[in-house]
Design a protein around this ligand. Structure first.
Ligand code: AMP
Length: 213
């Protein structure tokens, strides 16, 4: 099964992607996590991406496209994958379609997470992430068992530098301008499925599973 999770920052894509990964045994591919790791390790990719990410801007298309092209050809993606945070522009979506066509594959479903804008700001400002495994928590709605420590791998949790009010507003603006048009792109291709992102994490997961089964 090959899925795309589409939605603004803070919509819950990462959390749901991890749950899907566990249930279906197919890997989550989060361009945000890959880029953050590269920035953390100060690799050449990280050096290129850092300033864009800090400003809430998108990293240039050619960088993320190359990254994804390599990733989806890896062995662990043979039975499928969950794209989380990619594509984010029409150019990225077109290149993905081209690459999949070359591989004689297609996307099974694009799940569009619809969440109210005010709700997104609250979610993002309280969010805590694990730099090691990418698991996500929230100060109020999803606290870890031990404050500041990841439930899954025991690593320290941190607040993403781009989860501050000013950068959040920029990221939401970028989403509206660059990424929201993908809804039409995939609607026309017939595989867009819209999810009302309300309810508990488990309730939303049931809705996601119903959409993909
Ligand atoms: P995320 O963790 O998905 O919210 O991504 C964090 C940041 O990484 C974004 O604000 C962008 O700067 C960058 N990024 C992640 N995915 C992409 C993408 N598909 N295209 C361009 N930039 C991306």
């Amino acid at each position: 099964m090959r899925l795309i999770l589409l939605g603004p920052p803070g919509a819950g894509k990462g959390t749901q992607a991890k749950m899907l990964e566990e249930k279906f045994g197919i890997p989550q591919i989060s361009t945000g996590d890959i880029l953050r790791k590269a920035v953390g390790n100060d690799t050449p990719l990280g050096k290129k991406a850092k300033a864009y990410m800090g400003d809430g801007q998108l990293v240039p298309d050619e960088i993320v496209i190359e990254l994804i092209k390599e990733k989806i050809k890896e062995d662990d993606c043979a039975c499928g994958f969950i794209l989380d945070g990619f594509p984010r522009t029409i150019v990225q979506a077109e290149k993905l379609s081209e690459t999949l066509e070359e591989m004689k594959l297609d996307i099974d479903a694009v799940i569009d997470f619809e969440v109210d804008l005010n709700e997104l700001t609250v979610r993002l400002t309280g969010r805590r992430s694990c730099l090691d495994c990418g698991a996500m928590f929230h100060d109020e709605t999803r606290p870890p068992r031990k404050r500041g420590v990841c439930d899954h791998c025991g690593h320290e949790l941190y607040q993403r530098p781009d989860d501050n009010k000013e950068t959040i507003l920029k990221r939401l603006e970028v989403y509206d301008n660059e990424t929201a048009p993908l809804k039409d792109y995939y609607r026309k291709r017939g595989n867009l499925k819209t999810l009302e992102g309300r309810g508990s994490v488990d309730e939303i997961f049931s809705q996601v599973c119903a959409l993909v089964s």
